[in-house]
Design a protein around this ligand. Structure first.
Ligand SMILES: *[C@@H]1O[C@H](CO)[C@@H](O)[C@H](O)[C@H]1NC(C)=O
Ligand SMILES: *[C@@H]1O[C@H](CO)[C@@H](O)[C@H](O)[C@H]1NC(C)=O
Length: 616
């Protein structure tokens, strides 16, 4: 009965969560702002009320790895960007790699920054366009404070301003706000405890002020390095503060090693969250445009010409009716397409729902237009498809769904929504404390229960219950396991050079360094790994040893018997978790200095426990 109720509850919860994620982007719930009687300019055949820009992210200029990364980035600045001719370029962090040769340690290298700066200078791109480059977590590794000589961003970047800011792109047809959200850590610990960004109270105040300022602009885009799911923030949270933005553009997660090639979703307030794949390995970049205040974008791969961006009719999936005057599509006279290529464009063919509409003709610059009658598509969802050919014989196709009806809802896929919209650090925190708590409660229950909870047939559960019973009743083991659990949660894990010259202490709930407390985030994930790969298997192994003891087997005597087959994997397993602890020590030494390996009670404690077990 209890199981049934539990199962039902769990199922209910799961459906609720999945439902929540999949209704994100349900247009119906979004209130249209003030566009009902919109009398804005009409989308026609002229190159007007339109500008476009480029985003590139996670460049990771490295002095040790992959020189092609820089060579191609230089070619991108010298050849691709002049073809696109963007109004501005956003470089959203991780400009340099800042990892040591072994790829475990981290430090700021002046050489990497010099290379980055020389690419910008040599290519002449800074004279052609506005270049806004901001810091990522890699650009803040090992920086005790912003005035430090190690903060090369201040010396070698184009923008040279840390902190969140508001930049207004001023055009004859309107003002467009770009708000940067700088969640990098100050002081900046070395990796890996520098994966999550933080927005504290003061920064949240600044962000609210910037959001207010942007209300005078036609449209607002927010950008930053970290996706909102990797920012630890005070209330009301970063998603709420950017709710008047049409989109938030970021980087940081790359493509998750190929698992998530497209990471786009939408906040429940309507803001699109658009992570862009990295330049580092995937050579991604993005062209985005505001055409008559309608936002559109396309994610591209370097040197894949011709590039196509359909700005009218814009994609139904990527629309934010709360902020965009989407009605303008219905009153438009022309389909509008931006195309770019290194050689002349020879044809731009347009079709809707599979039937050819004709060839778009050059308006001016990169804009091609084709007369259409939107009334033919008033209801339902339609697909527009554009094929572009250039003089080099290269051809590309781009298509998307559009709709002219109010309240049409298209949802984003579940996986990207899970990755971008979950507050992972809160989830990890809750999971970790629940697992510690349940382990402690279990131990105490078994200690004060008179008999093993389950008797009867010698099933797996009965055997586990029996050995837990023995373990909890033996003082040495009971207190060791209890202490291990409590220590994982509250004790310092290690003391080390979290920043060069600054000794810090790491706990499950955060890192203390240079008199600052950096709130825990990744630490909870490490804590969960420690529970899963050490605390739990160690306890299981102890149970198993005790069980054999009670059954009258000596520690090794069973090797001579038929039990060999069971024992061998168990010993292998124990050696593996032992190796894991040793690896942890080596890892600490590589990342936070030799001191960390020696002053790491957590790993030492682990090895000690292991010792007790093996002796036993
Ligand atoms: C853009 O901002 C400037 C300065 O704040 C202001 O004078 C101008 O009227 C604005 N333009 C539009 C079209 O809103
Ligand atoms: C930008 O806003 C101004 C003021 O509201 C408006 O007159 C103008 O038409 C808008 N620009 C576009 C492209 O819609």
């Amino acid at each position: 009965m209890l199981k049934l109720v539990g199962g039902l509850l769990l199922a209910g919860l799961l459906t609720h969560i999945l439902g929540w994620y999949s209704t994100i982007g349900s247009r119906a719930r979004l209130q249209r702002r003030h566009f009902v009687n919109d009398r804005g300019p009409v989308l026609g055949s002229e190159l007007s009320n339109l500008f476009w820009a480029v985003q590139v992210t996670d460049i990771h200029v490295s002095k040790f790895l992959d020189p092609l990364r820089v060579t191609e980035f230089e070619a991108f600045c010298m050849e691709s960007l002049p073809v696109i001719n963007p109004a501005l370029v956003l470089a959203t962090g991780d400009l340099t790699d800042a990892k040591t040769k072994d790829r475990l340690g981290s430090d700021q290298f002046e050489d990497e920054w010099k290379v980055y700066q020389s690419v910008l200078k040599k290519s002449g791109i800074l004279k052609r366009t506005k270049w806004i480059d901001i810091r990522g977590n890699h650009d803040s590794f090992n920086i005790p404070d912003l005035r430090s000589i190690k903060n090369f961003y201040r010396k070698y970047s184009a923008w040279q301003k840390e902190g969140s800011f508001h930049y207004v792109h001023d055009t004859p047809f309107g003002n467009y706000s770009f708000i940067c959200i700088d969640a990098t850590l100050t002081p900046g610990p070395k990796r890996p405890y520098n994966f999550f960004g933080i927005i504290d109270k003061e920064q949240m105040h600044t962000l609210s002020r910037l959001a207010m300022e942007s209300h005078y602009s036609n449209q607002t885009v927010w950008f930053g390095h970290y996706p909102t799911s990797t920012i630890v923030s005070v209330s009301p949270g970063v998603r709420a503060v950017m709710s008047s933005a049409v989109a938030y553009m970021c980087g940081h997660l790359h493509t998750l090693g190929g698992i998530a090639p497209v990471l786009h979703s939408q906040h429940k307030q309507g803001t699109l969250e658009l992570e862009l794949g990295d330049w580092m390995h995937n050579r991604r970049y993005r062209i985005f445009a505001f055409d008559h205040d309608l936002f559109s974008f396309v994610d591209l791969v370097y040197n894949d010409w011709p590039a196509i961006l359909i700005t009218n009719p814009k994609s139904a999936l990527y629309s934010n009716p709360a902020q965009e005057p989407t009605r303008r599509i219905l009153h438009s006279t022309h389909i509008r397409i931006l195309t770019f290529s290194t050689s002349p464009i020879t044809s731009v063919r347009v079709s809707i729902d599979g039937s050819e509409l004709g060839e778009a003709s050059l308006s001016s610059g990169p804009l091609y237009t084709l007369k259409w009658n939107p009334d033919n598509y008033q209801t339902g969802i339609h697909e527009i498809s554009v094929v572009v050919q250039d003089a080099d014989g290269r051809s590309q196709t781009r298509s998307h769904l559009f709709s002219l009806e109010d309240g049409i809802s298209l949802g984003f896929p579940l996986i990207p929504s899970l990755i971008l919209l979950t507050d992972h650090y809160i989830l990890a925190q809750v999971l970790f404390f629940l697992s510690v708590l349940s382990q402690i409660i279990l131990l105490i229950i078994f200690r004060y229960k008179r008999r093993p909870i389950l008797r009867g047939p010698q099933g797996f559960i009965a055997l586990t219950s029996f050995s837990m019973h023995v373990l909890s009743k033996t003082n040495l083991f009971f207190y060791s396991v209890l202490l291990l659990s409590i220590y994982t949660a509250v004790g310092p894990w290690f003391v080390g050079e979290i920043i060069d010259g600054h000794i810090g202490v790491c706990f499950a709930f955060g890192v203390i360094v240079g008199g600052n407390f950096v709130q825990g985030s990744l630490t909870y994930f490490v804590a969960i790994t420690q529970m899963v790969f050490f605390n739990v298997p160690m306890t299981a192994y102890l149970c198993w040893c005790l069980f054999l003891r009670c059954k009258g087997h000596g520690f090794c005597s069973h090797f001579r018997h038929s039990r060999k087959i069971v024992c061998l994997p168990v010993y292998l397993f124990v050696i593996l978790i032992f190796a894991w602890q040793v690896y942890s020590c080596i890892f600490l030494a590589m990342t936070y200095g030799t001191l960390a390996a020696f002053l790491s009670p957590m790993s030492d404690f682990g090895i000690e426990c292991e010792g007790i077990c093996l002796r036993f």
